[in-house]
Design a protein around this ligand. Structure first.
Ligand code: ADP
Length: 245
């Protein structure tokens, strides 16, 4: 049996070690990024002919170098994002908040982006909605990611609809889109760290972290996150939040 003080001491020590490791990764990512960027631009200058002409064979080899350095730059971005996952999911601070102004302002924030991609983005609700218990900053992050995805994995002329309603003593927020959908065999993996469905990879860039982090944040606040999707037809992502007592 550990007594409470001993346990607390151990947890503190582990947290310190974790923070040190996280700092080390941040420094490493930063140190690797600079020479990699230099490498990338060197390959690019060669391909653009800035350093003189090349044979087709030489161009092929340099192009492979450029591809590899781009891949490594993306990998570093993923490592850096994963390193910050715990910053987003730990130490949640739920407090009573009014959901409507918050949702409306995020929808407004994305309206220009949606317009430029010819997606009709809207927010539907039957006001008034009750207050919820949520960490405002993190809840916003989750909704931002869902709206971003509804625009990103959509097609010109498509739509994205954000809805909010009370269901079984919880507030349920949903983001519906008429986009590319998620292939059925891959649906079980959608909340896994770094997972990206095959049809998404050819559609747009991403890290496969947003949904993983989002689900942890929502569950950490006493809610749930789930989705429905049909390949080629669209998807709806839902999350619930507890109401204030
Ligand atoms: P990212 O968008 O950076 O890849 P996410 O964690 O937000 O990361 O999403 C993980 C994967 O889930 C995406 O790569 C995509 O395959 C799928 N996905 C998420 N949202 C949608 C959506 N609205 N429509 C279709 N696929 C989606």
């Amino acid at each position: 049996m550990h007594d409470r003080a001993e346990l607390e001491h151990k947890i503190k020590k582990l947290e310190q070690e974790l923070a040190q490791k996280s700092d080390f990764i941040s420094i490493m990512v930063h140190q690797l990024r600079t020479p990699l960027a230099a490498l990338k631009w060197t390959f690019k200058m060669m391909l653009d002919g800035d350093l003189g002409s090349m044979t087709e064979t030489q161009r092929g080899i340099v192009a492979r170098g450029l591809d590899s350095s781009n891949q490594m730059i993306h990998l570093l971005a993923d490592v850096s994002a994963a390193n910050h996952v715990s910053d987003w999911t730990m130490h949640l601070n739920p407090e009573p908040m009014d959901p409507v102004p918050c949702i409306a302002s995020i929808v407004k924030e994305f309206s220009e982006e949606a317009k430029s991609k010819k997606i009709n983005l809207s927010f539907e609700t039957n006001e008034p909605l009750p207050r919820v218990m949520a960490d405002r900053e993190r809840a916003c992050l989750v909704l931002q990611n869902l709206i971003e995805n509804a625009i990103k994995y959509n097609r010109p002329g498509g739509s994205a609809i954000v809805r909010a309603e009370v269901f079984r003593e919880k507030l349920v927020v949903s983001v519906h889109d008429t986009g590319i959908g998620i292939p059925l065999p891959e649906q079980k993996n959608i909340f896994s760290k770094f997972f990206r469905a095959e049809n998404a990879k050819s559609h747009d860039k991403g890290t496969g972290l947003g949904l993983y982090v989002g689900k942890q944040i929502i569950e950490g606040m006493g809610g749930a996150m789930w989705f429905e999707s049909e390949m080629g037809i669209g998807s709806t992502f839902f999350f619930s939040l507890p109401l204030t007592k």
